[in-house]
Design a protein around this ligand. Structure first.
Ligand code: KG4
Ligand code: ZN
Length: 341
């Protein structure tokens, strides 16, 4: 079948279902036409994502979401070049819903299928809206499941230089927030409360791993023990100091993240630095990197907050890069909970 690409690039439908957000978007070859997300409030009461419930909600949301996305985009299936979907990493049941749906659409519409790596798509979200980072650049990719320092040589050539050995940065925000009694996901709430608090009042552990790897479990434990000791003496300690506690926790996470990212920049000699993933929406992290960059003369690229947390615009954009590079997947392509880079 001939490609129906516009002059600027292929027209791609993107579907994302790796965790608890069902998302669909259309890339029209040069911009995003529609980018819709159906979230899942059901997990709040459990303090984390319940995989079985997530799969069931994806199944409920995906058909109306596709209809709404196509209607909002003004693109009909005959105008599409490909259907891109998240192949992994993520929750297996959630991935299967998106993948099966994408395969059915591609088959029914007679379109090529393109499987996308979720974390690479977070990086490629930088190419949705200008200013685009200049290659090669370093990307600190920080989400609920991953924390990686990635060298990006081109849209298709990425190398992980460092990674977390235990919790991801988003997990550290969520677990520390949970210790403070905040609902899941606590990251955005910690961010908001931290802006009203004193980051220097409470100091928490800042574990330092060898090389460019990270660890966040020591921070979580230090918050746990500190709160246990303080609430024994003052039962209302958390509520009386919530903003300062959030500011202290955020300052520790940001400091751990930026310390290694700065070392990676020095070692690699790269001066174009980017953030990606849900935690890249964090204001403390964004401001911290900008301040460091001003001292060191780096160029910094921060995605629009709408493209930081999970979305399908990044899947459609990444799918367009892969389609242009010739990737065509078959219906036998499997999803992978731990998809390698
Ligand atoms: O990329 P993402 O939406 O999903 C994954 O791929 O995991 O990232 C979700 C993570 C959650 O841990 C959430 O708490 C965190 O990103 N997050 C934030 C903020 N917004 C989302 N963490 C800190 N500050 C924020 N503003
Ligand atoms: Zn993500």
């Amino acid at each position: 079948m001939p490609d129906r690409s516009t002059e600027s690039g292929p027209v791609v439908l993107g579907l994302e279902s790796s965790c608890d957000d069902t998302a669909a978007a259309v890339w029209d070859g040069s911009k995003i036409r529609a980018n819709l997300i159906a979230g899942q409030a059901v997990h709040q009461q459990y303090g984390g994502v319940v995989p079985e419930l997530a799969s069931r909600d994806h199944e409920k949301h995906i058909v109306p979401l596709l209809e709404a996305t196509l209607a909002a985009s003004g693109i009909n299936p005959a105008m599409l070049d490909a259907v891109a979907f998240t192949r992994g990493p993520g929750l297996l049941g959630s991935l299967l819903v998106g993948a099966s749906f994408a395969k059915a659409l591609a088959w029914g519409w007679g379109l090529p299928l393109v499987g996308v790596h979720h974390m690479k798509a977070h990086v490629l979200a930088h190419f949705i809206e200008a200013p685009f980072p200049l290659f090669p650049f370093l990307c600190l990719t920080v989400s609920g499941g991953h924390t990686q320092i990635v060298r990006v040589d081109s849209p298709l050539v990425m190398t992980v230089l460092g990674r977390t050995l235990d919790d991801a940065a988003g997990e550290a925000f969520d677990k520390c927030g949970k210790l403070l009694g905040l609902d899941y996901p606590a990251g955005p709430l910690v961010d908001r409360l931290a802006s009203q608090g004193d980051p220097d009042r409470f100091a928490f552990a800042r574990p330092d791993m060898p090389g460019l790897d990270y660890s966040f479990s020591g921070l979580k434990t230090s918050v746990l023990y500190f709160l246990r000791d303080q609430t024994r003496l003052h039962p209302d300690f958390v509520s009386a100091n919530l903003a300062d506690l959030c500011a202290g926790i955020q300052a520790s996470i940001v400091s751990i993240l930026l310390h290694k990212f700065a070392i990676a920049a020095e070692q690699s000699g790269l001066e174009h630095l980017a953030l990606a993933g849900g935690v890249s929406a964090n204001r403390g992290l964004r401001q911290g990197l900008q301040a460091l960059a001003a001292q060191r003369g780096w160029s910094v690229y921060l995605p629009d907050p709408a493209y930081c947390t999970d979305n399908a615009a990044m899947i459609a954009r990444a799918g367009a890069f892969l389609f242009q590079a010739g990737q065509r997947d078959t219906h036998e392509l499997s999803v992978e909970a731990r998809l390698a880079w």
